[in-house]
Design a protein. Sequence first.
Length: 131
Amino acid sequence: DDSTATIGANKKSYAFVSTYDIEYSSYKITVKVDESFAKKSYTDSVEVVSANEVDESYLVQFKNNSDVKLSIYAGVLFYQDENIIGFSNSFVSDILSGETTSDKIYIPMDENYEPINYTKAEVVILSAYTI
């Protein structure tokens, strides 16, 4: 499965691969980076106003600090000590300039369908663009 994302210059990006029920001894991820001017990235214009755990999810508030209407693709990285052990994502669209919006991002479940135990969470803006 090929996926495409718009990432701002000099920014971190993350790939998460779920390996539930796969019995391989190792995994290989191949990333191809192409320079593209098709869409301008507005990731620097998105502010995470707040992020709080609420009922097995993270309630995240995003503010659009750009001068255009945006769609935002974001995620929460869940850590156990310094290791990433889970990821959940969010997509919100039609956020007007200066507007703040909220989205509930669910905490990943373990193999017993219980929320994973984590020590730290980090909200990351993966992509922000105009439609």
